[in-house]
Design a protein around this ligand. Structure first.
Ligand SMILES: [Mn+2]
Length: 420
């Protein structure tokens, strides 16, 4: 017997981070979560699974209109035609109190209630699924504590949307510990909420499938569900089932062997080629990080817009519409040879002298005020109230500000990237 365990589908939430680009794949960014979910249903039908479990955050929040619900009904109808039941639990994003619109679902879809734990059973082989949906988004009770004892002779599956405990990256929704889940005596815990795929434990299994589709650069790498193979009384294996339709990557390119911006751009191009070879046919959204000590460091910083244009040019030439650049981050440092260090410390010393004299230099302060005023004039009122330095810039009173920031700035420049 096989089943699919998915969670954190966040249907119809848009992908973020590429939309600023004029040539961004707008349609793909808008529909990626739907396309990934359609692929999941394709895979479930192809693998002739016995059932599908969705462990919360199917929806990103209340629907804008009924379109999202109609799409889900259509996919559930396909599973119904194939004789595949679905066990659906709601998490913090789609808690009962959050969802103002609702549709009847096909008879193959069984939702876990939010008042108390519900159990459903399948026969031949006997499977019992236990779960409780979130009633409110901010559910911080330990829901698992109320789950029923295992059904004897069945493969018991607990379905739960939880941050577990002590997970710093996530709010403490429905907290509980892995030993507590193990003690319940089930064979498999189908968890949701944590977007990174993680097998917390095997036999009994405690599994986060991860979210179905990465939505920004902080959700990198393959995304999807898991395919679980089991016999009548135990789980045999858990395999990842990637169904994402666009993949986010962070690509670090070492610029330490390069001397000019052009050489850096060519190194990025070679790295793009390697990335595409490894990714198969999937479109990629890439953040480029340039690292290392390089003589090109100054040029990269000084010509950032040109660098970005060149990197986009490489992506366009190599990517054939499957490679999108999210951002180019320059994290390089100056070369570490003695000459450069001396030049640098001279520059830092000159800047320190300039800044020391600056509070008493009326011309310099006037120039500075003129440069900064347009920025401050665009800042919202709340920001001006929250940051007194901005008010100082607006009133043209910069001497104190320069006195305050100068030591920190000089220390930062002097200490940054210095070799041993
Ligand atoms: Mn969640």
């Amino acid at each position: 017997m096989k089943f699919v365990h998915a969670a954190d589908i966040h249907l119809d939430s848009p992908l973020a981070g590429l939309t600023a680009y004029p040539d961004a794949p707008v349609e793909l960014l808008r529909t990626a979560t739907r396309q990934a979910f359609t692929r999941l249903v394709d895979e479930a039908i192809d693998a002739a699974v016995s059932f599908m479990v969705i462990a919360g955050d199917l929806y990103d929040g209340s629907w804008k209109d009924y379109n999202t619900g109609h799409f889900f009904c259509r996919q559930m109808g396909r599973l119904h035609q194939a004789g595949i039941p679905v066990y659906l639990l709601f998490g913090n994003h789609d808690a009962e109190s959050e969802m103002t619109k609702k549709l009847l679902l096909p008879p193959n879809v069984h939702s876990f209630g939010s008042r108390r734990p519900d159990s459903f059973q399948l026969h031949e082989p006997l499977v019992a699924l236990h779960g409780q949906s979130f009633r409110e988004a901010a559910t911080t009770d330990n829901l698992a504590a109320g789950y029923p004892p295992p059904v004897p002779g069945a493969l018991n599956i607990g379905v739960l949307h939880t941050a577990l405990e002590g997970n710093a990256a996530h709010a403490t929704y429905a907290p509980c510990s892995v030993p507590e889940l193990v003690a319940r005596g089930y064979d498999y815990w189908a968890l949701g909420h944590v977007h990174e795929h993680a097998i917390m434990r095997e036999d009994p299994w405690v599994v986060f499938p991860g979210n179905l589709q990465g939505r920004h650069v902080r959700e990198c790498g393959p995304r999807g569900a898991v395919l679980v193979t089991a016999d009548a009384d135990r789980v045999q294996r858990v395999e990842r089932l990637p169904v994402d339709v666009l993949r986010w990557q962070v690509l670090a390119v070492d610029a330490s062997g390069t001397r000019t911006l052009a050489e850096v751009v060519r190194a990025v191009g070679r790295a793009f080629e390697g990335l595409l070879d490894a990714a198969g046919q999937l479109p990629l959204a890439v953040r480029v990080r340039l690292t290392g000590h390089s003589p090109a460091h100054g040029e990269l910083f000084g010509r950032a817009p040109h660098l970005r244009a060149e990197v986009l040019g490489q992506a366009a030439a190599i990517g054939e519409d499957r490679l999108w650049v999210e951002k180019v981050r320059v994290e390089t440092a100056p070369p570490q040879d003695g000459q450069a260090l001396r030049t640098r410390s001279d520059a830092v010393a000159a800047l320190a002298a300039l800044l020391t004299a600056a509070p008493d230099d009326a011309d310099l302060l006037a120039d500075l005020a003129e440069e900064l005023r347009p920025l401050v004039d665009r800042a919202p009122q709340e920001l001006l109230q929250a940051v007194p330095e901005l008010a100082a810039i607006r009133s043209g009173d910069l001497a104190d500000l320069v006195r305050e920031v100068a030591p920190g700035l000089v220390a930062h420049l002097a200490g940054n990237g210095r070799g041993p």
